[in-house]
Ligand binder design. Structure first.
Ligand SMILES: [Zn+2]
Length: 302
């Protein structure tokens, strides 16, 4: 039995700010769950992050207040935390006096989402995420699946198919194929676990019920059980891992930065040397991303 942890990166609406919408599934055999969870906790503890939820995008932002504090790098973790909190409290007072309610709300949101990481410098936070993806790369039994939807050139097979549903259907199909492929001696089952998110819960459950009954566009579903289970990412390391993988893939597509993407891609599902677990969904026949180039090469057009 394998557990597949799903999370997304980028805005699913076509009008949203990101160019790509990415859905990732990280598949792990249940007998490896305890050792993976323990390894993540050990890494977190070494950065004083044991109680923190790892949200990669928030972690890798630049925190201006840290640059405003003299001698920040030479302080202890607790001193850094207290110093940043002091600067942030002053900024909040300043916003209350001089800025709009909306600006204050946005500022408070940033502070709330980053407060668990303010004791680490930017390069330490970057190193933590790099250590995390390096760990994932080393887990040879993990299989990662990713669907990248190019929202700038999105022409789905059915006009009302949203990027979210399209990505979900394609990931489910790929997981089903993978489970079928490894089920030669004994049937392997998979269960999907998704980050709790009100906007996708109803549609993913409804779609999964439909796939169980009628199959996806490309495949019958015989190896994935249940509808997806939804868990809170605050308490679940593996959903945080899926978030990190989704971020790594989107950063490659939206910012042409492959530093985190390449270690993650090393765990993509493959048949022989061909990557079959990742796909870039775009109408651009000349896309120069490594997945599209490899696909053209396989078809003899590269
Ligand atoms: Zn591409």
């Amino acid at each position: 039995m394998k557990l597949f942890y799903l999370d997304e990166s980028g805005n699913p609406e076509l009008s949203g700010s990101s160019d790509s919408y990415v859905l990732v599934a990280v598949g792990i055999p249940i007998e490896k769950w305890t050792s993976c969870d323990k390894a993540i906790n050990q890494l977190k503890a070494s950065y004083n992050l044991l109680q923190a939820e790892i949200h990669t995008a928030w972690m890798l932002r630049s925190y201006r207040e840290q640059q405003e504090i003299d001698g920040f790098e030479s302080m202890s973790h607790e001193e850094r935390r207290q110093a940043v909190i002091r600067v942030r409290e002053q900024k909040i007072q300043n916003y209350k006096a001089n800025k709009s309610a909306q600006a204050l709300k946005s500022l408070k949101k940033i502070y709330k989402n980053t407060e668990a990481y303010i004791h680490l410098t930017y390069s330490e936070r970057e190193r933590f995420i790099f250590d995390l993806v390096t760990k994932i790369k080393g887990w040879s039994y993990v299989r990662i699946f990713a669907e990248v939807i190019d929202k700038t050139d999105y022409h789905p097979p059915k006009p009302d198919l949203t990027p979210e549903s399209q990505a979900f259907e394609r990931i489910v199909t790929r997981i089903e194929k993978y489970l079928s492929h490894i089920s030669s001696e004994q049937k392997e089952y998979g269960l999907l676990i998704h980050d709790e998110c009100e906007s996708v819960t109803a549609s993913h459950v409804c779609n999964m019920k439909r796939y169980h009954r009628w199959g996806t566009f490309k495949s019958e579903i015989k190896h994935i059980i249940e509808t997806p289970l939804f868990v809170s990412s605050n308490h679940t390391n593996m959903v945080q891992i899926a978030d990190c993988c989704a971020y790594a893939v989107r950063r490659y597509y939206d910012s042409a930065d492959s530093a985190l993407y390449l270690p993650i891609k090393a765990r993509a599902d493959k048949i022989g040397s061909d990557i079959v677990g990742f796909n870039h969904y775009t109408s651009n026949n000349l896309c120069e991303c490594d997945l599209c180039r490899a696909k053209r090469k396989r078809r003899g057009k590269g």
